[in-house]
Ligand binder design. Structure first.
Ligand code: ADP
Length: 741
């Protein structure tokens, strides 16, 4: 074994245990020093990977058993077998959740329903039976039925049902996941309600769902279009410039074209040697479609036919980290499990997609070389240099852990890289939440029946040469395909299994389902306390059953990062607090915009008008801002003030009222003022039932909303500042991954 690998692994393991840091890698040494291009091409065996990543890989391999045995209509004969052998050795001696021995096997019914022999409960229940001479029927929620068999109480739990009729390209990975969980699939839908609806594209793929859970949030696609994402992040950059510097400087076209040209001209005048490059991305584009690089604003292609093109022009990151001289990016899967309370999970394993032409810094000559500058799989697959590999650590698509391993073996502090990535993800989701809440309320108004939502997002991240992660984009519908196109003979393409995709994506879907299991959440202790002792025993038995099922599956490959790191990030949720005020005044079902009367009511209720700011000025402010946003907003069907316009108005009001303060303090001061006024009013009014959204995830009330009342200490950035947060996050992360799940 390579001595260097051995040393790196031991150092990492030590760090993982929380007993020490990776030795000998100072931050100064890392920044700008790492030449990962020089790494040896041979990747280490998986068993030498860092602990967190190693766990994931071993477990996912174990669970891909069912996958390998299935028949593949489109794949070339024999391909699957070859892959299986390459990955798991030659024999079929792989353990499935059900072949762990007889004691486990009898916990499963022959069908997909699961039965449970209550463990450790016989004493209590037997006693009852002897006393009463009868079986005691105990109800435990709709999902549980039990019957007495001799002295044992056998409890039968209904299978979790999943409607997969709209799953589209994620269907195959979804089917495998459902099979591993022994849940029940409804491939053509079902007349009665399912527990989970898996949609391939949007929340609206199935209409009229009134219960259960849907794997898409309303509005997510819209929010993640390039322009809207840029706007949301830029609003946060205005308030927290340092915290949000992971997103490249961007301009929105066509509305900011003059501004962009003027800024570049100024920059070039100031520093004539500077040769910045920009990347232009069409608003609704994906898979690299329509993307091009420019060095001069005059090269912008703003018109498409007679139409003005909506696009984002962005500073191009000229010095990415390279491996084998190639540029690569990272696809990370992030689960937003709930908006309120906010719950975010990150998949411990991701994908790295490599370019297929050696990287050179942009020059006029190479600007059009897409295989050098764009990491999109969909583009590079068409390069003659694309390398398909059965191994997860070589080829043009690899696991992120194998890339991290190579970095670690060169002394890179990969824990710092991970914690920076976690921070980037949490901050990005925080930027999206305010608008998502508006969409949510419009589609699923409080008090009306409706499903609750969760969603897997695909974060595309680039590592700079100095290891700083940069957010490129977030995909609302990341590809969950576990096959890839391959040219099997000249001009003939076929879908063949892709081991690396399967390893990563099946775990992500399966573990998302596990986290969304309606019976997953432990009943609160207070609920247990209210029950008769024997009922409480049964509740515990259900938990036992869950625990046993969980034991037969690998530990979760998704790691919770929020509310886990809530303390470090809650202070950023300022726009969300503004959105909460907006939502309070918006009222009616289906509305996403505030009318002039509601805006006036907001001003009045928050006591914001006075002799120097009359209601007439309020109306003028409303008209000015609303008209401007109506001109640039993508959705101008509905009249009124959108959230972004309201946020602008709020910032304007804050600046008027608290002139002497810096911007962020102005906004926070106005927020406190408004929240106090509204709170006072709520007390004066008749006590109303608490405005709890029926779709709020019934998770434990850990993740308090970022209100003034719930987290006064979190209103302002901590005195420790960013470095403190960073250290704290790193510390948390060191001890977390191996325990996660
Ligand atoms: P799409 O949705 O079309 O894939 P992306 O924003 O992901 O659009 O960009 C496509 C590719 O272009 C990325 O995968 C990345 O390789 C490259 N890229 C995008 N933005 C930048 C940037 N600011 N600097 C350097 N490379 C970038």
């Amino acid at each position: 074994m390579d001595e260097h690998y051995e040393k790196a692994t031991m150092q990492l393991m030590k760090g993982e245990d929380g007993e020490g840091e990776v030795q000998g890698v100072g931050e100064g040494e890392v920044e700008g020093e790492v030449e990962v291009e020089q790494l040896s091409p041979a990747a280490p065996p998986a068993s030498l990977s860092p602990d967190i990543l190693l766990t994931v890989r071993r477990e996912t391999s174990k669970t891909s058993v069912n996958v390998r045995n299935r028949s593949k209509s489109r794949s070339k004969p024999g391909v699957r077998d070859t892959n299986a052998h390459a990955r798991h050795g030659s024999g079929p001696a792989v353990h499935t959740p059900t072949d762990r021995g007889p004691e486990k096997a009898n916990l499963q019914s022959p069908g997909s329903d699961q039965t449970l022999q209550l463990k450790g409960t016989e004493k209590v229940l037997q006693g009852k039976t002897q006393t009463n001479g009868n079986a005691e029927q105990l109800k435990l929620g709709k999902a549980a039925h039990e019957k007495e068999e001799g002295n044992k109480v056998v409890k039968k739990r209904r299978s979790i049902t999943v409607d997969t009729s709209k799953a589209k390209t994620s269907l195959e990975a979804l089917k495998l996941s459902i099979k591993q969980l022994k849940w029940k699939e409804f491939p053509v839908g079902r007349r009665t309600a399912c527990d989970i609806y898996w949609h391939g594209v949007s929340f609206h793929d199935n209409e009229n769902i009134v219960s259960g859970q849907v794997n898409k949030f309303p509005g997510m696609i819209e929010m993640l279009r390039k322009i809207n994402l840029s706007r949301a992040v830029r609003t946060m950059q205005g308030l927290f410039p340092e915290e949000y510097n992971f997103y490249p400087r961007s301009w929105i076209l066509p509305e900011e074209i003059q501004h962009f040209c003027a800024q570049i001209r100024l920059l070039k005048e100031k520093e004539p040697t500077l040769k910045p490059t920009f990347i232009v991305k069409p608003d609704g584009g994906s898979q690299g479609d329509g993307i091009y690089l420019i060095r001069d604003p005059a090269d912008l292609r703003v018109l498409s036919g007679s139409q003005v093109k909506q696009a984002v022009v962005q500073e191009y990151i000229q010095k990415p980290l390279l491996i084998d001289k190639l540029k690569f990016d990272i696809r990370l899967y992030v689960l937003v499990r709930s908006l309120e309370p906010l719950e975010i999970y990150i998949a411990k394993e991701g994908l790295s997609r490599f370019c297929t032409e050696p990287y050179q810094e942009p020059s006029q000559k190479n600007l059009s070389h897409v295989f050098m500058h764009l990491t999109n799989y969909s583009l590079n697959i068409h390069s003659g240099n694309f390398v398909h590999s059965d191994s997860c650590s070589t080829g043009s698509k690899r696991t992120f852990s194998s890339v991290l391993y190579r970095m670690a073996s060169k002394g890179v502090d990969i824990k710092k890289v991970w914690s920076d990535i976690i921070a980037l993800v949490i901050k990005t989701v925080i930027a999206l939440v305010p608008e998502l809440k508006v969409y949510y309320q419009a589609d699923i108004p409080p008090g009306k029946p409706g499903p609750s939502c969760f969603q897997i997002l695909g974060f595309d991240i680039l590592l700079m040469k100095n290891l700083k992660p940069v957010l490129l984009e977030v995909n609302a519908n990341p590809s969950m395909r576990i096959e890839h196109e391959q040219e099997v003979s000249p001009g003939v393409f076929e879908y063949v299994p892709s081991p690396v995709d399967e390893e990563v994506k099946v775990s992500v879907i399966r573990d998302t389902l596990r986290l969304m299991d309606p019976a997953h959440r432990k009943p609160h202790i207070s609920n247990l306390l209210g029950r008769a002792p024997e009922e409480a025993v049964l509740v515990e038995a259900v938990l036992d059953e869950k625990a046993e099922l969980a034991e037969s599956l690998p530990s979760l490959s998704l790691k919770q990062v929020f509310p886990k790191y809530m303390k470090q990030f809650n202070y950023l949720r300022v726009v969300e607090r503004i959105a909460d005020i907006f939502l309070r005044f918006i009222g009616v079902k289906g509305t996403m915009k505030l009318g002039p009367t509601s805006f006036r009511t907001f001003i009045r209720n928050c006591k914001l008008s006075n002799s120097s700011f009359t209601m007439a000025s309020v109306d003028i402010l409303y008209i000015d801002i609303t008209r401007r946003w109506a001109g640039i907003g993508s959705d101008s069907r509905e009249a009124g003030m959108c959230l972004q316009a309201f946020v602008e108005a709020f910032i304007h009001l804050a600046a008027r009222r608290f002139r002497a303060l810096p911007l962020r303090e102005q906004v926070l001061s106005l927020l406190e003022l408004c929240e106090t006024a509204l709170e006072g009013q709520a007390h004066e009014e008749k006590p109303r039932p608490q405005k709890l959204h029926p779709n709020i995830n019934p998770a434990p009330a850990l993740a308090a909303a970022p209100s003034k009342l719930s987290a006064p200490q979190a209103l302002r950035p901590s005195a420790k500042g960013n470095a403190g947060t960073q250290r704290e996050l790193q510390r948390c992360f060191q001890s977390a991954p191996s325990k996660a799940g």
